[in-house]
Design a protein around this ligand. Structure first.
Ligand SMILES: [Zn+2]
Ligand SMILES: [Zn+2]
Length: 163
């Protein structure tokens, strides 16, 4: 059962999407990078997504509206957003990198079959006590819980195969 503190977002509300796009635009302006039409469309594609897309997915989405866009432009724009700390990167394997436009504290459900990744919120997980053994490895700046399993579609045998 869902409580107000334990929501999970599949649909983003318009305010949230607009706020994300504004912060991307402001971030680029702050460092003096021009917000071109192509970049704005990349922002829009990313801000609209609750699915933690990989670069190819962002590219395919933007290309529907801007047929002249190149994958390289998408990569470079995404990298700039990471450098400006306006989005984060999930996972460490470069070829499977995914981007997250949600930078408020949250956690993830990841489908091990199709790779579907969705946010969920739980205040208790935001404040997990880190064991000393982790602190011995380095300074902890945040924690995030990744719940893994099969998404509802994959349970029913309808999920798409992971790329
Ligand atoms: Zn799945
Ligand atoms: Zn996320």
């Amino acid at each position: 059962m869902k409580t107000s503190k334990e929501r999970h977002d599949n649909k983003l509300d318009r305010d949230e999407i607009e706020a994300r796009i504004r912060s991307f635009v402001d971030g680029f302006r702050r460092v003096g990078v021009k917000v071109t039409h192509q970049r704005l469309e990349i922002f829009r594609e990313l801000a609209n997504s609750s699915d933690h897309p990989d670069p190819e997915r962002v590219f395919r989405g933007v290309r529907r509206r801007v047929p002249t866009i190149s994958l390289d432009t998408v990569y470079r724009t995404l990298r700039s957003l990471v450098d400006l700390e306006l989005i984060t990167v999930l996972g460490s394997h470069l070829r499977r990198v995914r981007f997250d436009a949600n930078i408020s504290p949250h956690h993830h459900f990841v489908c091990r079959k199709c790779g579907m990744t969705r946010d969920f919120y739980n205040e208790r997980y935001d404040w997990l006590k880190i064991p000393a053994v982790v602190e011995a490895l380095g300074t902890v700046e945040g924690t995030h819980v990744e719940a893994r399993g099969l998404c509802a579609r994959c349970v029913k045998g309808k999920g798409r195969q992971s790329a």
